[in-house]
Ligand binder design. Structure first.
Ligand code: PLZ
Length: 443
């Protein structure tokens, strides 16, 4: 048995075919025990992980360009996270913050209030998952505005619970056969420069007109948007789009919610992606990178909105679990001490130069986009239609050659990269060598 954590040798190494014999056996056990409804990207089972590599049970080491979907930004089993988790587990594992509170919950809320955009007075509340944070942000916005309608965007993703499925755009696999969905949810156009070639203002005008004509501005409690869409395919809206939507919300007493669950915590080269357009959202939802791998999520926002809910209206048995809070304090301190915002910018530079070269050789790469360590390529056929088949070939090659990559996009034709921000330049380049080889092999 190897131990994980940063001591794991940061090197790609394959010792069997992928999947290896032990993983094949485990896949059989999984099939007998686990619902087939739970999806799977790779057929390899984890033995240990550390920093930016993952060791499977057959002894193969993979370069991790997915971070468990944007979670292990500080690296897997980062030192401070592990240390804090161990120390907290020795003290107490749970009390329920609503029964007998503890300091670390308050400390995480203080950090969230301090790090999110804006100098106004803020409050936070903690939950277990991103979807739960989104649900609560909507509850809070409705309680504050005493309105019901909620606006989400094309290609948006907000979770898999009933309300968040309603907010999510894509049917298969997230919503298919799971309706009826929560009412009073409306979807409006999203700026998608690669597809619409329109200015941010022009698309925002359409979205605003739809809100005014089809819902009525005075009926809208909240507008929820991912500043860079994650599952939708790392769509970066054209400049001005978010600002125009934000201004509309402000002028009409609508709570503007930035869902920063995937984009938050240094991922895009800022604490929060809202900062790229100088946006100060009324509410922000966070999860993923916040706690270095432990399940924790938050809603942070204007004190008058967060405090408008009746006492007892927010909560849950596990929300802000002490071990998850200890992990979050460790994760945030790692981000600060290693200046991971600056590192995200460097990572973007490496991706841009490598992917631009790759695009010159392979015109199927129609678009390179993203910010910081949240980068993607959208693959198209010569006529511009989505090429999901090539995505399948390239990702399969990467997986079989020791690199974890993920896909995304409404049309399934996006390969996305979410490496730990702690990844070394050498390892990142080696990962990108495999991606390059994958394109050559697929052609
Ligand atoms: N909002 C912006 O990215 C989670 C989903 C993986 P949970 N994205 C990964 C999958 O297929 O289930 C996400 C997100 C944004 C909300 C969520 C939901 O966060 O912690 O998965 O509930």
């Amino acid at each position: 048995m190897s131990t994980g954590g940063p001591s794991l040798t940061q090197q790609r190494k394959l010792v069997t075919e992928i999947p290896g014999p032990k993983s094949i056996e485990m896949m059989k056990r999984r099939k007998q025990a686990v619902s087939s409804g739970v999806g799977g990207t790779m057929p390899v089972f984890t033995q240990a992980a550390g920093g930016s590599v993952l060791l499977d049970i057959d002894g193969n080491t993979f370069i991790d360009l997915g971070s468990g979907i944007a979670v292990t930004s500080v690296g897997n089993s980062a030192q401070t996270v592990v240390k804090n988790v161990q120390a907290q587990a020795e003290l107490f594992t749970h009390t329920c913050f609503m029964v007998t509170p503890y300091e670390s919950y308050v400390a995480v809320c203080e950090k969230l209030n301090e790090l999110t955009p804006g100098n106004h007075e803020k409050r936070s509340a903690l939950f277990n998952s991103g979807a739960e944070a989104v649900e609560n942000a909507i509850k809070i916005a409705r309680a504050y505005t005493k309105r019901q309608a909620v606006v989400a965007f094309e290609h948006g993703y907000h979770g898999r619970t009933n309300l968040t499925m309603a907010l999510t755009a894509k049917s298969m696999p997230y919503k298919h056969s799971f309706g009826p969905f929560a009412p009073e949810i409306y979807r409006v156009p999203m700026s998608y420069p690669f597809h619409d070639s329109r200015s941010g203002d022009a698309v925002a005008k359409d979205a605003i007109s739809r809100m005014e004509k089809e819902i009525g501005a005075t009926q809208i409690a909240a507008i929820i948007v991912e500043p860079i869409q994650g599952e939708g395919g790392f769509i970066v809206p054209a400049p001005g789009f978010l600002t125009a939507i934000f201004e509309f919300a402000k002028a009409n007493g609508i709570v503007f919610i930035a869902d920063e669950i995937q984009t938050g915590f240094c991922r895009t080269g800022a604490w929060f992606a809202s900062e790229h357009e100088n946006l100060v959202p009324d509410l922000i939802t966070t999860a993923k990178g916040l706690a270095g791998g432990l399940p924790l999520a938050g809603v942070t926002g204007r004190a008058e909105i967060m405090d408008s809910v009746h006492v007892g209206g927010l909560g849950g048995t596990y929300g802000g679990n002490p071990i998850a809070c200890a992990a979050a304090l460790g994760s945030i301190s790692e981000m600060q001490s290693h200046n991971l915002i600056a590192r995200a910018h460097e990572i973007e530079g490496i991706f841009r130069s490598r992917l631009t070269k790759l695009q010159q050789e392979f015109p199927a790469i129609g678009d390179i986009r993203g910010k910081g360590a949240m980068m993607a390529i959208e693959l198209v056929n010569p006529d511009g239609t989505p090429n999901a088949e090539l995505v399948g070939k390239v990702t399969k090659y990467c997986h079989q050659n020791g690199v974890i990559v993920l896909t995304a996009g409404t049309y399934g034709n996006v390969i996305r990269f979410l490496p730990p921000l702690a990844i070394s330049t050498e390892l990142l380049n080696e990962g990108l060598d495999v991606v390059t080889a994958a394109f050559a092999a697929a052609n």
